[in-house]
Design a protein around this ligand. Structure first.
Ligand code: ZN
Length: 587
């Protein structure tokens, strides 16, 4: 054992590193450092110490006890004296939050809103608006509203199931709303405002054919309906409601500048008729024939609900220009608007129409199919809401486009789940390994978590019969096996491979110690006793299924637990009956 211990010099250096880490850890947690956290950080900085974990742990325990006896101000003083840059770094990390909102002082209370159309479930792209709006409201002690924009029973038809699915997604994300509004409850309000604009000559009922109107508007010319007197407008408005006009025969338009450089802004449509017998609304049925279009309902509501800060994608810039005309007709002031750039996630399906179509055609198994980037799918896979929130806050509301990869999200998630997830063995595509000349029975004690010895162990028992032990190993490890090569079975013993066939491997006991394995550079593989596991299926991100055997300790896990299958990846336990079904999270 002599060659394993540290020299005095080494020991002093390691002690100094431990002291620094322990002090910073203590200052972060009210003056009390945690042994596990300090060991984890130390081994991350100096992975070479892993081989001497026992001695390191003893040293850490000693230093942590010493640090925890100091008062907090003393801990801070030592850091400031010896490692001033460590405190600076910590401050910079703390300050890395959202940039301030503009003109907050103008308003009594900051009010933000998230306003989805309940025609689909939410996906990772929607999470940005939700998290930013919610976070800003919290940051300023304001309010965060949820508003369902469900006024298109024909083209973007809402479905009842999605109102609840969206609420569930928001709660899961940790973004609880202070008030909820549903636009299909508010039609009378939109009607009143439309009527008002018709009365004061700021809107008109246009009965022109689409193509005729388009031709005129492209030429910056008014259509004949535009300047008809208010009485005629109100009469036409009545006809929209009483069925005189049919779908497509009349539309209320908001007057704008006909010379506006963008033709799409000129006299934009605000309300239209929908054949409500054919397209009844899922909440209010066939009660209303006239339905507001997006810009009208959204613009009216943002003002009436007192939204102070609108935070949304830059694809809404033209909508803001349109709505500003309506605001000036009413004499209203437009809220502060922050338009962020596009967020692309390489390899993720973020198009609602593609998701809906894929599900309709049966390409995807459901809204939580692991191939989708819906929040439901991410949840099922074990992506945590904290990771999504943190990612979106770090991306922030910047105007430049941002491209992320799945790996970016995984990195955030890994940081959160790695310290929590206990470790287990899963043998994917198992094949039998027979080891001869095993001298005795073995009990392998495996830590539930390498950095948290206090969580305890799981125990795997190997009982050879006539010196022969039968084990499962993964056929994916065939690539590291070679005839004559020494391989270490993790936390068990070392074997020498004698024969490799497609469905079985034969080996002979070689030696016991880990040091011996290191000396001959033996690869480490995981294994399970052949009579001692439970069948397990892991649903992979591409919806394929990895089939194998998980260690029997997994039988006691609860659904929704996130664990790590060593040398395989993190998974979320989905169900546990006669077999364990898990969803793959990431490496
Ligand atoms: Zn017209």
């Amino acid at each position: 054992m002599q060659n394993l211990s540290f020299s005095e010099d080494e020991k002093a250096k390691i002690r100094e590193s431990i002291l620094r880490i322990a002090l910073i850890n203590a200052v972060n947690y009210d003056g009390k450092a945690q042994v596990g956290a300090v060991i984890g950080k130390l081994l991350a900085e100096k992975p070479e110490l892993k081989a001497k974990a026992k001695e390191v742990a003893a040293l850490v325990k000693e230093v942590v006890e010493e640090v925890n006896r100091m008062p907090l101000h003393e801990q801070k003083r030592i850091i400031e004296e010896k490692w001033p840059e460590a405190l600076k770094k910590r401050r910079a990390e703390e300050e890395k939050g959202l940039p301030p909102l503009p003109n907050v002082e103008k308003y009594e209370k900051v009010i933000t809103r998230f306003s989805p159309n309940p025609d689909c479930v939410l996906h990772l792209g929607s999470a940005r608006a939700i998290v930013l709006c919610h976070e800003y409201a919290r940051m300023y002690n304001g309010l965060f509203y949820l508003r369902f924009e469900d006024t298109d029973p024909k083209g973007k038809r809402p479905r009842l199931e999605f109102y609840d699915a969206i609420r569930e997604d928001l709660l899961w994300l940790g973004c609880k709303w202070d008030k909820e509004f549903i636009q299909s409850d508010r039609l009378q309000i939109y009607y009143e405002h439309a009527k008002k604009l018709l009365e004061i000559g700021k809107a008109y009922v246009c009965t022109c054919k689409k193509e005729d109107f388009k031709k005129r508007i492209l030429a910056k010319k008014p259509c004949p309906c535009r300047d008809l007197p208010a009485e005629t407008q109100l009469e036409r408005w009545e006809h929209m409601h009483n069925g005189t006009y049919k779908e497509g025969e009349a539309v209320v338009r908001i007057k704008t500048d006909l010379s506006h450089p963008n033709p799409a802004v000129r006299d934009w449509p605000a309300l239209r008729i929908i054949d409500i017998e054919k397209y009844p609304h899922p909440r209010v049925g066939s009660k209303y024939r006239v339905w507001p279009l997006y810009n009208f309902a959204c613009g009216i509501d943002d003002h009436l609900l007192g939204i102070t800060h609108i935070i949304r994608g830059k694809e809404h810039l033209t909508n803001m220009e349109r709505q500003k005309y309506m605001y000036s007709h009413f004499g209203w002031e437009y809220p502060e608007a922050i338009h962020y750039g596009r967020l692309k996630i390489t390899g993720a399906y973020l198009s609602k129409s593609k998701i809906v179509e894929g599900i309709r055609q049966g390409v995807f198994s459901g809204w939580d199919d692991p191939r989708l980037a819906t929040l439901a799918a991410l949840r099922r896979r074990g992506i945590t809401p904290e990771a999504i929130r943190k990612l979106m806050i770090d991306v922030g509301p910047k105007a430049a486009d941002v491209t992320l990869s799945w790996e970016n999200l995984y990195a955030y998630n890994r940081k959160i789940i790695d310290p929590k997830a206990n470790r287990y063995f899963f043998v994917n595509k198992p094949i039998q390994l027979t080891v001869k000349n095993v001298p005795k029975a073995y009990l392998a004690k495996l830590r539930l978590h390498p950095d948290h010895p206090e969580r305890g162990f799981r125990i795997l028992e190997v009982k050879p019969k006539n010196g022969e032990a039968a084990l499962w190993i993964s056929s994916q490890d065939l690539k590291v096996l070679e005839k004559g090569k020494v391989v270490r079975l993790m936390e068990l013993f070392n074997i020498k491979v004698e024969d490799i066939a497609v469905y079985a491997v034969e080996a002979v006991f070689h030696s016991e110690s880990y040091e011996e394995a290191r000396r001959v550079k033996a690869p480490l593989i995981h294994w399970l006793p052949i009579d001692d596991g439970i069948p397990c299926q892991v649903v992979m991100p591409d919806a394929s299924i990895a089939e194998g055997i998980a260690e029997k300790a997994c039988a006691k896990l609860k659904p929704n637990t996130i664990i790590q299958f060593e040398r395989f990846g993190f998974v979320r336990v989905d169900s546990l009956n006669d077999k364990l079904v898990a969803y793959y999270t990431h490496k």
